[in-house]
Each structure stands twice: as structure tokens, then as C-alpha cells.
Design a binder for this molecule. Structure first.
Ligand code: ADP
Ligand code: ASP
Ligand code: MG
Length: 409
């Protein structure tokens, strides 16, 4: 007998029929002798609908009240799932994040889980109940409702699995595992049987939304066995592990996947004097405005002046541009420009660490397709490029082909 935490995403609970199907699936595991804790997301589209409602009232809506609103989505699905389980003759109890004693910090809209007091859940399990917990939410120390950032139900699942020392955390979704790239962009993408935490973390942080990055961080930190599977088809899915096993061919894989991020925007300030403190003067106000900067590029100085380019999330583009207008005037810059029609494509793999020439192969593949690279950034296990958004699909597919990801290496 083991304890499983299963998380079902929005599409998997997108209608009453699907919730009934989730109930049947959970029961099949319960009947096989497992203790079951189930985390659910809101019905697909519901969180977006709620965000939209909030924006109609206040285009700047955020903070505490947005969290009160957004958490209602998951409250609907926990109740419906618990009802479906009870109707089938299985004792079940639903809990909101607060009731499940999931305590977070007070960073509304992107809170982090600090602790989970699982006594009540453990008691329920001992009494034979199936426990259903609302994903994506908790309460802070003052009992304010908080949410964990979009996609945060994954993190609820992993955190509960860690707290309860579950045997596995299973993330059920609308694809049957983690693929070499998003199968919606490259239908020939290949499902991976295993991927390391390190690679999954990189894929998630570079835009692969199949798992929320914090869920992967949490699972790695607390050594939670994590698996991504399909809600709709049978199969073993993808296991996220600390390291590839004895399988040599796996170890030699150069590239495990291609990630991309459509939410990028680029800002450039040309002709600023190349003197100490300029980078700080440019980026200081940006970080004061709570805007995260991703890539940064400073050109080699010519005639004592230089150009400075950086990227931010597309949602922050307008605010960043406004802030930069002031800075550009103060610095007597020659020109200020912005582009919010760019994307970032990245190749990821622990194998590239020990192989030269991966980056140049990437540039060759993109050049063969006539794709101009706007920015480049590299680390030990990834190479990222920024390109015009119109090249996203072409670039991803060409790289998938160019690195031979269709066939197992
Ligand atoms: P859920 O609502 O179940 O949380 P998400 O939409 O958050 O589901 O995540 C699943 C989606 O992630 C898939 O439908 C797929 O389009 C996308 N995705 C992006 N990159 C990958 C990848 N490398 N492997 C599998 N799916 C991916
Ligand atoms: N419902 C939330 C969202 O859409 C959380 C989740 O689905 O993981 O972001
Ligand atoms: Mg998700």
C-alpha cells in the first residue's frame, strides 16, 4: 500500500463528464489499495475568465482581492469531484488551500508555500477517505487568501506530496508526458521516458509550461518522485529523476529538448556614454518597478559610447519603456527603441556540457532557414536565442530536426 498525490489540470476537469472520469480514475487507484490525495485545478478557461472579469472592473487589478476571486475556480472543482466520489460510494472530503492548512508568504498572486500542517489530511486518510485539495492556493499568516502564480496547482501537488512523504506525485494533464518540445508546435516531438530535474527545471524556466517551475524546484529539493501522465490515455508518462540511470545512450543525449517563450519583449537604448554606473542607471529604475530582466547585452564601446539591450516579460513592456524614456533623457542617449514581437527559443541538455559546437550547430540550423538571431545567451546546459516571433514555429521545428530529436539518440 502506498500514498499517491495526483494532480489533475484544467482540461482534465473541464466539464462535469471529465470530473466524473477523474473520479473513476482516482477510484481505480483507491481500489488497488493506495491512499489517495487529489489536487485539482479550476475548469479550463475559468481562471482566465476570472482574470478578465477583474480587469473589467479595474485594469490594474491584482493583489489581495484578485486572489480572493481567482481561488473560487478551484473551489468549484474540489466540491464537484468530492461529490462524484461520494456518489460512487467512496468517502471523500474537499478542502480549500486554507482548510488544508497550506500556509504561504503574503506575496499575493505569486505566493510561496512556507508550511503545510497535514494532521487533518492524515486523519482523513487513516479513516479511509479520499482527500481532495484545491490547487494554486493557500493562506498567509494573517489568514489572507493567496495564490501561487499561474500553473500553481502543480506546486500544490508536489508540496503536499513532500509534506505527506507520498510515494509519488503524479501530474495528470492533456499530454501523455514531457516531450522533446511542445507537441502542439512540433507534432513529431517525442515523449521522454525520463528527464532529469536539472533539465526539467531549465525547460520550465525557459517557457515549457507543462510543469510550473516552482513545482520542479520543490520536487528536486524535497526529493519527491514526480511523474507527468495523461488524464485520457494509459501509459507510464515521464518520470523526472535526479539522474539518468545506467542507460548509457541516455547519458550521451546532447539535447533533451527545445523550449520556447512567447512572452518576451526587448528594449534597446543606443549611444549612452561608456562609463561606470551606466548599466546601474538603466536597470536600477527597472528593478525598482519590480520588473524582472532576463537577457542583458552591452555592445563593445565605439567612440566612448555603447548600446544597451535587455529583455523583459511582455506584460511589463509598456511600464519598462516608460521608465526607460526618462532614463534615456537623463543619459542623453541617442535613441530608444523597443520590440514586443520577439520570442526566445532554447535548446536544453545536460549532454551539451561536454560537447563543443552545439551553439554553432544551432546557429547554422537557424541560418539555413533564414532566421535572424537578435540576442544570444548560453549556460552550461542551454543555449537561448531571441528571434522575431514570426519565426517561432519554423525555428522550433528546424532545431528539432537539426538536432535529430525525433529519434532516440
Ligand atoms: P494543465 O492544465 O493540465 O496544468 P498545462 O496547459 O499547464 O496543463 O500544461 C500542459 C501543456 O504543456 C500541453 O498541452 C503542452 O501544449 C504544453 N507543453 C509545453 N512544452 C511541453 C513539453 N516539452 N512537453 C509536453 N507538453 C508541453
Ligand atoms: N487554475 C490556475 C491557472 O490556471 C492554476 C493551475 O491551473 O495550475 O493558472
Ligand atoms: Mg499547468
Amino acid at each position: 500500500m502506498s500514498l499517491l498525490v495526483q494532480k489533475f489540470g484544467g482540461t482534465s476537469v473541464g466539464s462535469v463528464e471529465r470530473i466524473e472520469a477523474v473520479a473513476d480514475k482516482v477510484i481505480s487507484y483507491k481500489d488497488a489499495g493506495h491512499d489517495m490525495v487529489v489536487v485539482v485545478s479550476a475548469m479550463s478557461g475559468e481562471t482566465n475568465r476570472l482574470v478578465d472579469l477583474a480587469k473589467q472592473v479595474d485594469s490594474q487589478a491584482g493583489g489581495r482581492e484578485l486572489d480572493v476571486l481567482l481561488t473560487t475556480g478551484e473551489q468549484v472543482t474540489i466540491a464537484l469531484l468530492a461529490m462524484a466520489l461520494e456518489k460512487r460510494g467512496y468517502a471523500a472530503r474537499s478542502y480549500t488551500g486554507g482548510q488544508a492548512k497550506i500556509t504561504t508568504d503574503s506575496a499575493h498572486n505569486k505566493a510561496r508555500i512556507k508550511s503545510i500542517d497535514h494532521v487533518r489530511i492524515t486523519d482523513d486518510l487513516q479513516d479511509g477517505r479520499i482527500v481532495v485539495v484545491a490547487g494554486f492556493q493557500g493562506v498567509d499568516e494573517q489568514d489572507n487568501i493567496t495564490t501561487l502564480g499561474r500553473g500553481g496547482s502543480d506546486t500544490t501537488g508536489v508540496a503536499l506530496a513532500a509534506a505527506l512523504r507520498a510515494d509519488e506525485c503524479q501530474i495528470f494533464t492533456d499530454v501523455d508526458g514531457v516531450y522533446t518540445t511542445d507537441p502542439r508546435v512540433e507534432p513529431e516531438a517525442r515523449r521522454l521516458d525520463v528527464i532529469t530535474f536539472e533539465e526539467m527545471l531549465e525547460m520550465a524556466s525557459l517557457g515549457s509550461k507543462v510543469l510550473q517551475i516552482r513545482a520542479v524546484e520543490f520536487a528536486q529539493k524535497y526529493k519527491v518522485p514526480l511523474r507527468v501522465l495523461s488524464s485520457f490515455e494509459e501509459g507510464d508518462g515521464t518520470l523526472i529523476t535526479s539522474e539518468y540511470g545506467a542507460d548509457k545512450s541516455m547519458e550521451q543525449a546532447l539535447i533533451s529538448g527545445i523550449a520556447f517563450n512567447r512572452d518576451e519583449a526587448q528594449l534597446t537604448i543606443n549611444g549612452v556614454s561608456d562609463t561606470p554606473g551606466v548599466a546601474y542607471q538603466i536597470l536600477g529604475p527597472i528593478s525598482d518597478a519590480n520588473i524582472e530582466v532576463d537577457m542583458i547585452l552591452q555592445n563593445v564601446s565605439a567612440d566612448g559610447t555603447t548600446d544597451f539591450t535587455f529583455t523583459v516579460h511582455r506584460n511589463d513592456f509598456d511600464t519598462a519603456l516608460k521608465s526607460l524614456e526618462k532614463t534615456a533623457a537623463q543619459l542623453n542617449a541617442r535613441e530608444l527603441s523597443g520590440n514586443n514581437k520577439i520570442v526566445k527559443i532554447s535548446i536544453v541538455g545536460v549532454g551539451m556540457r561536454s560537447h563543443a559546437g552545439i551553439a554553432s550547430r544551432m546557429f547554422e540550423v537557424l541560418a539555413n532557414e533564414g532566421i535572424n538571431i537578435l540576442m544570444i545567451s548560453t549556460s552550461e546546459i542551454k543555449v537561448s536565442v531571441v528571434v522575431d516571433e514570426k519565426y517561432l514555429e519554423l525555428g522550433v521545428r528546424a532545431l528539432h530536426e537539426g538536432f535529430d530529436l525525433k529519434t532516440e539518440s
